[in-house]
Design a protein around this ligand. Structure first.
Ligand SMILES: *Cc1c(COP(=O)(O)O)cnc(C)c1O
Ligand SMILES: [Zn+2]
Length: 397
């Protein structure tokens, strides 16, 4: 049996607890790290990442029929196409190329496989956007019911792209963090497996991002990886992926991990800068980067522990910087949503300040596609010219 371990006090568990967290210290659990993983060369990437990296998932019974083709996303070298790109060695991992246009799909697949292994026929999540769409889509593919709990004040235009997959959608009034714990408890009572933001088997799926980056860089570890961070699930998964590569003897070091947040909602950055080991709940917050607007991240303390363990950083960027870098990325051919622009914004900030050298090999995670949140386009000046067909010849000269 593959056990779970508390990320803080190392208490071992045979299965997920009723709270989804450690019973002793209330911190998140993770599966016991793999020490003998191998990359299976007989499965090329296009045959599915969970085949190629299967030995890093000894607790999963892989069922290809549940896959929508997640992962194997491009790693794009930015090059010096515009002056706003300060580094010479910056790569964008474009997670907008996943089946529902965000990285969440990697973790939704591992979550749904876990539900299947436990014989649970319904899945659910608490989300305001990308994770809800992802869980609804994978449930549709599997032919099972998804229960999606959203905030009561959620905008109508965000409901459609989730509802189209046919889930049960429930708007809930009340505290969002409470909803997170209530969903796990009520899910267990009602036979619904909740694959929330930092659920252990969701975090597992995110390891594959680390494996791909390592392979796409020609079996090399980057110097820095910058991850837009909200609940902390993706940060934890990417760290665990690199940790397991090292534990398995495939690599000999860890990259330095950096969490990027919007200054308008930056609970992890605040704790990091004040030297605290506990993330405090924010009472007032607001940012255009809605996908990372979590005032009390459930894996915040663990992200802090991982940062402090490995000389990492947590960096806040302004609203203006977010919009500027959304534009900078678009001018390099990649259209991301505002949350996803925080990683490149943080890279430029750190290079400008001299905190990291401009020739460092930096991977910025672009977490989701810009088409998922076109409302952000109103912050950009879009130029359009018009003319009669007779004048076109003149105008184009
Ligand atoms: C979910 C999400 C994040 C944050 O991921 P966490 O695992 O919650 O830290 C960042 N960017 C986008 C676009 C997301 O959808
Ligand atoms: Zn514990």
């Amino acid at each position: 049996m593959h056990q779970l371990i508390c990320t803080n006090c190392n208490e071992l568990y045979d299965d997920e607890t009723k709270t989804g967290r450690c019973i002793k210290c209330d911190e998140p659990l993770e599966t016991v790290p793999v020490h003998d993983g191998q990359i299976s060369e007989e499965f090329p990437m296009e045959k599915g990442i969970f085949n190629r990296y299967g030995s890093f998932f000894p607790f999963l019974d892989l069922d290809d029929s549940l896959s929508l083709g997640e992962g194997t996303t491009p790693l794009v070298h930015l090059g010096k196409v515009n002056d706003e790109i300060k580094g010479s060695n910056i790569y964008i991992k474009n997670e907008g190329m996943n089946p529902t246009w965000s990285f969440k799909d990697r973790g939704t697949l591992t979550g749904i496989l876990r539900a299947k292994a436990k014989g649970i026929k319904k899945i659910g999540t608490v989300s305001t956007g990308n994770m809800a769409a992802s869980v609804a889509a994978y449930a549709a593919k599997a032919g099972i019911q998804a229960t999606i709990l959203v905030k009561e004040e959620m905008a109508e235009e965000k409901i459609g792209p989730i509802g189209i997959y046919g889930p049960r959608l429930i708007k809930v009034k009340g505290n969002y963090r409470e909803l997170y714990s209530e969903s796990i408890r009520l899910g267990q009572e009602n036979g619904i497996y909740f694959i929330n933001s930092d659920a252990p088997y969701r975090v597992e799926g995110y390891k594959t991002t680390a494996f791909e980056i390592y392979e796409q860089l020609g079996s090399k570890i980057p110097d820095y990886i910058i991850i837009p961070t909200s609940a902390g699930g993706n940060f934890r998964g990417i760290e665990k992926g690199f940790r397991e590569l090292q534990l398995s003897g495939i690599t000999d070091r860890m990259p330095i991990l950096i969490a990027s947040q919007a200054k308008g909602c930056n609970p992890i950055v605040r704790a990091f800068e004040s030297g605290s080991d506990k993330v405090e709940q924010l009472r007032e917050y607001g940012t255009i980067a809605h996908a990372i607007e979590n005032p009390f991240p459930p894996s915040g303390n663990q992200v802090l522990r991982l940062i402090n363990k490995n000389r990492g950083l947590a960096v806040g960027v302004s609203e203006e910087d977010i919009i500027v870098h959304q534009r900078v990325l678009a001018k390099s051919g990649i259209f991301v949503q505002p949350a996803s622009a925080t990683s490149l914004a943080a890279a430029n900030k750190l290079i400008n300040e001299g905190t990291i050298p401009s020739d460092s090999k930096i991977v910025c995670i672009a977490t989701a596609s810009g088409l998922k949140f076109t409302e952000s386009l109103k912050h950009h000046k879009i130029d359009v010219e018009s003319c009669d067909i007779e004048d076109l010849e003149n105008i184009m000269k």
